[in-house]
Every structure is written in C-alpha cells, then in structure tokens.
Design a binder for this molecule. Structure first.
Ligand code: SF4
Ligand code: SF4
Length: 66
C-alpha cells in the first residue's frame, strides 16, 4: 500500500518524522520534509510523532479530522 501525506505550514522542520519513518520515506527539504510516496506504507508513525500535528493523510475523500 502507498499513502499520500500532507505536511502543512505548522511544520517546524524539527526532523522527528524523518527519524521515525521506518521506510525512510520522508526526506529532508529546505522548508518541510518531502514524502517519497512510493516508499510510504501508510503506517502513520510520522503522524503520531509529529509534535505540531502538521501531517495528515490525503486522498481519503478529503474529509478533515475524523
Ligand atoms: S515531525 Fe512534524 S514538525 Fe517535525 S519535521 Fe516532521 S512534519 Fe515537521
Ligand atoms: S506513514 Fe509511515 S511509512 Fe509513511 S512516511 Fe509516515 S512513518 Fe513513513
């Protein structure tokens, strides 16, 4: 399974998600991490670890929250 994640403007580029991703699907970028979607398994570990709640799932109908 692949997943698409959105990383929004709350991201402070702290790097916690980069260190957490077991697939190394998150890569360092100047503003906020980038996602290598083909590597992402949708485990959601990065969403759990983000202290800013800046990561969310995309492509599930676009409903926020839930
Ligand atoms: S854990 Fe959250 S705030 Fe930190 S770099 Fe990742 S998306 Fe940004
Ligand atoms: S959902 Fe899992 S595999 Fe995908 S980027 Fe986040 S930590 Fe990595």
């Amino acid at each position: 399974m692949t997943a698409t994640l959105l990383i929004d403007g709350r991201c402070t580029a702290c790097g916690a998600c980069l260190a957490t991703c077991p697939e190394r699907a998150l890569v360092r970028a100047p503003l906020r991490p980038g996602l290598l979607a083909s590597l992402c398994t949708g485990c959601l570990a990065c969403i759990e670890v983000c202290p800013r709640d800046a990561i969310s799932e995309a492509g599930e109908g676009g409903e926020p929250g839930g």
